[in-house]
Design a protein around this ligand. Structure first.
Ligand SMILES: [Zn+2]
Length: 258
């Protein structure tokens, strides 16, 4: 119980830092200077107004100085990072003292930053891949899966690169950004060659469902740009956490019958 509280708080504190990355990396701002400030009135935020989750609730989501609303994304990211960190133990069997716990937590953080920065700015920062690919390969090296990870990385990259070439020649515009292609390479380094394809497939599936909902609710018009990174990141997350279960469920229920 105490360990779980610690893990949740650790996740929320790291989530608070991820919020900084989500805002600053796509804008190419320094991540250390200046310290946290309100994007509206530019006033520095004191430590007691910067406590993960707690401060957002106490301030009712508004800046103490100017009263401008703070994006609910700040609360959401802190909370979800805490919850996802809590899932690592039950799903992977990693304890707080296992190196695997911190690797899994790191991959989750990369996906969260990719998800929200693409959603808000249509940019997936290169730093995600520059940091994430070597660490993914190292994680799999330690697990004895280096070859499968290198193959996954190359497969993810070339698969989405081909889809983007195809999309460009058929639709005469970029349906898929180069950021998505690089994100798929990152996914492969962590998920290996089998689960990277699952992750991309799930990304397309979720993307299709959400796009139909957005179009029918008239939130988006046909032909509007819808960033694909958030769907890819979601697919990657599902494949990372439940990949073997999803693959065996699919094989027994859809392939096994024939
Ligand atoms: Zn303000």
């Amino acid at each position: 119980m105490v360990v779980n509280i610690f893990i949740f708080i650790l996740g929320a504190v790291i989530g608070s830092f991820l919020n900084v990355l989500i805002y600053r990396l796509p804008r190419e701002e320094s991540i250390v200077y200046p310290s946290s400030h309100c994007p509206n009135c530019k006033k520095a935020i004191f430590w007691y107004d910067n406590i993960p989750i707690v401060s957002f609730i106490l301030l009712r989501g508004r800046c103490r100085n100017c009263g401008n609303p703070i994006s609910p994304r700040y609360l959401l990211v802190e909370f979800m990072t805490g919850i996802l960190f809590l899932l690592i133990g039950p799903i992977f069997g990693f304890g707080i003292w296992d190196f695997g716990f911190y690797f899994a937590a790191f991959f989750i953080c990369l996906l969260i930053v990719a998800f929200f920065s693409d959603l808000e700015t249509e940019i997936i920062p290169d730093e995600i891949m520059i940091l994430g690919i070597p660490f993914g390969l190292l994680f799999n090296l330690l697990k004895g899966n280096l070859q499968a990870a290198v193959l996954g990385c190359a497969l993810g990259y070339s698969f989405l690169f081909l889809i983007s070439l195809f999309g460009r020649s058929v639709f005469k515009k970029d349906a898929l950004g180069y950021g998505d292609v690089k994100l798929a390479a990152l996914m492969g380094a962590w998920l290996l060659y089998d689960k990277v394809l699952l992750g991309v497939f799930l990304g397309y599936l979720i993307g299709a469902v959400v796009s139909i909902i957005l179009l029918s609710a008239k939130i988006k018009k046909f032909g509007d740009y819808i960033p694909f990174g958030p769907y890819l990141a979601t697919g990657a997350f599902l494949a990372f956490f439940w990949g073997p279960q999803i693959i065996s469920y699919y094989l027994t229920n859809f392939i096994g019958r024939y």
